[in-house]
Design a protein around this ligand. Structure first.
Ligand code: NAD
Ligand code: GLY
Length: 358
């Protein structure tokens, strides 16, 4: 079992990573306080893990809110179902929301917890690789708007993150690969050693080797905890965790969230951001090739959909990093290091957009 700490000053919480945590009564009792709990999950995860969680959490009042599965349900309407469940169960300010599922459940449940009675506690219990390495840590919560992804939300830190790695056994291969995209992201923007380790160990991760998964999840969470601790509200350095996301969100939006999983779109976005970094002379051809190869090795899609360069750029302008009309991009200036900048040659961006989107 690995235990890490996130410390953002006003809030400090543990991330526990390991096998069989959902059945660990001592752990859950120590990390999930309070008597009144609302478990938020979805129709896929509930039949797999809800009974185990309920059986471990004895002596509490437990209500459930089982949401429909899918990114298309990450909406205000779905968040309202969580509010309804909290009201129906007559939950007060001392209630705790438990988010049992992937990033979609975690983002919606965290957002509902941030709003209900102006804020009740919540615990993230992530069950996808993507959620265990990224979305459950750091307190970004929210829902999509028809006009763009994650446009409505709040920074609201959980009380704890409990990542039971055994839950990854039931995760479809495609979802596992999508989670690997976010692990590769940390290697690209922060940790050249992790990048090199991934080059050697990706096949083990794809085979779900427990030791390899534990290393990848632990290292990813440690990086995320460090970044979030120095910039909780993404005023500066946290933006590097959006490497590939400006292009990726445009791809997701243009394809109506139907063609690509979030991690897959991020993978395609990282290809484009790396290509642009190379065109701008920030990284050499070897670095470009190593990133391209690693994404291929992870089994992620490498064909960017031809959404049109102008349409792609229009969608990128809805990104939350846009400031005073300038699209700020996360670019690599070496392997394991990123910069966030609004100052780049537009001709280079146009070339990347034409190469991939046109
Ligand atoms: P997801 O939540 O849709 O889960 C993927 C699929 O796996 C779903 O069908 C889900 O029901 C299923 N599933 C979950 N756990 C399972 C298990 N153990 N076994 C079998 N099936 C299981 O997708 P995701 O990739 O976890 O998260 C993507 C979302 O996370 C996006 O909405 C993205 O915007 C968000 N996100 C948020 C942050 C953040 O910091 N808050 C960071 C990255 C991504
Ligand atoms: N996933 C990017 C962030 O949490 O900042």
């Amino acid at each position: 079992m690995q235990i890490l700490q996130v410390d953002v000053g006003h809030s400090r919480y543990p991330i526990t990573i390991g096998p069989a945590l959902l059945g660990d009564r001592e752990l859950l009792d120590s990390q999930i306080g309070g008597h009144d709990l609302l478990v938020v999950t979805n129709t896929t995860v509930a039949p797999l893990y809800l009974a185990t969680l309920r059986a471990t959490l004895t002596g509490r009042r437990i209500a459930e809110c089982v949401l429909p599965d899918g990114e298309q349900h990450k909406t205000l309407q779905t968040a309202a179902r969580v509010f309804d469940a909290l009201v129906e169960a007559r939950m007060n300010r001392d209630a705790t929301v438990l988010a049992l599922g992937g990033g979609v459940v975690g983002d919606i449940a965290g957002f509902a917890a941030a709003c209900y009675q102006r804020g009740v506690g919540y615990v993230q219990i992530p069950t996808t690789l993507l959620a265990q390495v990224d979305s459950s840590v750091g307190g970004k919560t929210g829902v999509n708007h028809p006009g763009g992804k994650n446009l409505i939300g709040a920074f609201y830190q959980p009380l704890a993150v409990i990542a039971d790695t055994d839950t990854l056994a039931t995760l479809p291969d495609r979802e596992l690969r999508a989670g690997l995209a976010e692990v590769i992201k940390y290697g690209c923007v922060w940790d050249p050693e992790l990048f090199e380790w991934l080059e050697l160990n990706l096949s083990k991760l794809r085979r779900r080797d427990p030791a390899a998964l534990a290393h990848a999840i632990g290292r990813s969470c440690a990086i995320k905890a460090a970044v979030v601790a120095s910039d909780e509200k993404e005023l500066n350095v946290r933006a590097i965790l959006n490497f590939g996301h400006t292009f990726g969100h445009a791809i997701e939006s243009a394809t109506h969230y139907e063609t690509f999983l979030h991690g897959e779109a991020v993978g395609l976005g990282m290809l484009m951001a790396t290509d642009l970094s190379h065109r701008l002379g920030l990284i050499d051809a070897t670095t470009l090739e190593r990133v391209q190869n690693l994404l291929k090795l992870a089994g992620l899609p490498t064909e960017v959909p031809r959404i049109g360069a102008a349409r792609g750029f229009e969608l990128m302008q809805m990104d939350k990093k846009v400031l005073a009309g300038t699209v700020r991009l996360v670019l690599l200036d070496k392997l394991g290091h990123a910069v966030v900048t609004g100052t780049y040659a537009q001709s280079a961006l146009d070339a990347t957009l034409s190469e991939y989107f046109a």
